[in-house]
Design a protein around this ligand. Structure first.
Ligand code: NFE
Ligand code: MG
Length: 587
């Protein structure tokens, strides 16, 4: 039998446009794959010549999913360039905004963007709601929605949708696929949780509306935060941080703790127990080359190990005994290449550090295309084939994200990463190696989300205590005027976004932006091949995975979704041709 080619374009239930090609070998397993960002956005170009104090508001629009993190990275970059120190309250409020983002984003990813790869909604109709209620009671006895009537009601709602023939949000799933393994009662439980967290995600982002004015895209500010603080004013004068809102945010944080403990974590364990094979597939660069910039400084303006709660580091060639320190400023460490990306550099195969970075889009018809721009039948890996640049750390392709953070946390002996991870592996009777997988990524994200709910509560308490001690300063405006800035300066704002290592870079000259570059988590993960032909982590992660039904390549989607792809972030203008919506082609 000859090799078979599969094109998934676009990969859906993600932010932005991603195309994945896979080649199936004789044994039905994937032997080659390519990942293509099919969309380009000109944010880096748009920023040139602008006022650096405005940059955050532009780059925040890169994405509505990891909303706020680009703004945080942007204000950090500008503050770094100019030498601005932020006050303690601002640091706490930025941590609260970011923790809220993590909780919202991880939950939305697991339930709304990826759970339906594992949960068969239609099968939930065959469930006995009494059995589902009994499972809920067993796995999370404190969960208030564990009554038989509740699950029967959810089942009836789904039944009406299925009978109407309009599955709405549940449309186009791989229902009845042979790779779906959950029994009906567990499917019903998961569908109920899917609907439950829709309500929760609306609630948790109210924290963004209090501290940032709105969601998505809460307001940030160079020098601090934009929310005035007055503990005794209950809002009448427009101060949003006061006794009432602090108490309200504390309640939301408690609800987040309950939802993650009673819903998200038990669901991850259930999926883990029914899909043991998925701790073998989807490795990518997990456990091999992994990178984290570190984040959540608990001492304002201090990014040393003693301050940051997500550790910084890099692991190379699978050696967990050595964690390299990471410096985003070092041109030897971070570079972006465009060998396989639709951009032009003065020297085609030379990488550029982002301060010297160039975003000069240069689309050319890929080798192997049939000559029409709208439908390339098959992209060959020897030419340019993606709008995503190829970032490298010390020349290596790297995986970033919750799993990278967890592994670096384990390798650096950070207790709040190491202990929950080892405990979960023990409970599932799995070795550490099993974490380097599709389900390992989901589990790492869930554990991180759980830790983050407690951090959120802690930061709200810390903010309350600091304000009650008399500190109501929200921003440092000492360097607001451009005449106070150096004539030329440059800065970087390293962050850990929900999907991984993120840094915006700025070069400021005479008070204006000379250059702006963003190197984003999905740029690392969805990177095309290196000049030497080494695959990016998405590309590598699919190799060896068997497909039960190549015409319905659910397994490809499972692994790609486990990275939580965001192409809007990765490619920072739709090409007018980029709108082809062929769901799956199998040739
Ligand atoms: Ni649009 Fe983003 C995150 C950033 S991904 S989701 O997390 O930064 O590349
Ligand atoms: Mg970029």
């Amino acid at each position: 039998m000859s090799e078979r080619r599969i094109v998934v374009d676009p990969v859906t239930r993600i932010e932005g446009h991603l195309r994945v090609q896979a080649v199936l070998g004789d044994d039905g397993k994937i032997v080659d794959s390519m990942s293509t960002g099919t969309m380009w956005r000109g944010l880096e170009v748009i920023l040139k010549g602008r006022d650096p104090r405005d940059a955050w508001a532009f780059v925040e629009r890169i994405c509505g999913v990891c909303t706020g993190i680009h703004a945080l990275s942007a204000v950090r970059a500008v503050e770094d360039a100019i030498g601005i120190k932020i006050p303690k309250n601002a640091n706490l409020i930025r941590n609260i905004l970011n923790a809220t983002l993590y909780i919202h984003d991880h939950i939305v990813h697991f339930y709304q963007l990826s759970a339906l790869d594992w949960v068969d909604v239609v099968s939930a109709l065959d469930a006995d709601p009494r059995e589902t209620a009994a499972i809920q009671q067993k796995i999370s006895p404190r969960h208030p929605l564990a009554a038989v009537g509740y699950f029967r009601d959810v089942q009836n709602r789904v039944k009406k949708l299925v009978e109407s023939g309009q599955l709405s949000i549940f449309n186009k799933g791989y229902w009845g696929h042979p790779a779906m393994k959950l029994p009906p009662a567990v499917n019903l439980l998961a569908v109920a949780h899917y609907l439950e967290v829709l309500d929760f995600q609306r609630e948790v982002v109210r924290i963004h509306t209090i501290l940032g004015g709105k969601n998505p895209h809460p307001n940030y500010l160079v020098g601090g935060v934009a929310c005035p603080i007055n503990v005794h004013d209950t809002g009448a004068q427009g101060t949003m941080v006061n006794e009432v809102t602090l108490n309200y945010m504390r309640q939301v944080a408690q609800h987040a703790i309950d939802v993650v403990a009673n819903v998200y974590i038990p669901d991850i364990k259930a999926i883990a127990s029914f899909y043991p094979d998925w701790f073998k597939y989807g490795k990518g660069l997990a456990g091999i080359n992994m990178l984290s910039y570190g984040d959540f400084p608990e001492i304002a303006n201090d990014y040393s190990d003693k301050s940051i709660q997500i550790p910084r580091g890099a692991i190379l060639n699978g050696n967990l005994n050595e964690v390299f320190d990471v410096d985003t400023r070092d041109p030897e460490q971070v570079q972006e290449f465009v060998d396989h990306s639709w951009y032009k550099y003065p020297e085609a195969d030379k990488g550029l550090h982002p301060w010297d970075g160039i975003t000069d889009q240069h689309y050319e018809l890929p080798p192997g295309s049939d000559g029409t721009e709208t439908k390339f039948n098959w992209l060959a890996p020897d030419g340019k084939y993606s709008w995503i640049k190829s970032p490298r750390w010390r020349g290596h392709m790297m995986e970033v994200g919750p799993l990278a953070r967890m592994v670096i946390g384990i390798a650096k002996n950070v207790p709040h990463f190491k202990e929950p991870a080892l405990e979960l592996l023990k409970e599932l009777n799995l070795p550490l190696e099993a974490a380097f997988s599709t389900l390992g990524r989901h589990a790492a994200r869930a554990l991180e989300c759980q830790w983050m709910t407690h951090k959120l509560a802690q930061y709200i308490d810390d903010l309350t205590a600091n304000i009650k001690a008399g500190d109501e300063t929200a921003a440092n405006m000492e360097f607001w005027e451009p005449k106070t800035w150096p004539k030329e300066c440059r800065g970087v704002g390293p962050c850990e976004a929900p999907r991984g290592a993120l840094a915006h870079y700025c070069v400021i000259k005479n008070g204006r932006l000379e250059n702006w570059q963003a190197v984003v988590p999905t740029t690392w993960n969805a990177s095309p091949r290196s000049s030497e032909g080494q695959k990016g982590t998405y590309e590598l992660s699919l190799i060896g995975t068997p497909l039960a039904d190549p015409k319905r390549p659910l397994e490809i989607i499972r692994t790609i979704h486990s990275f939580d792809p965001c192409l809007a972030c990765a490619t920072h203008l739709y090409s007018p041709e980029g709108e082809e919506l062929t769901s799956v082609q199998v040739c």
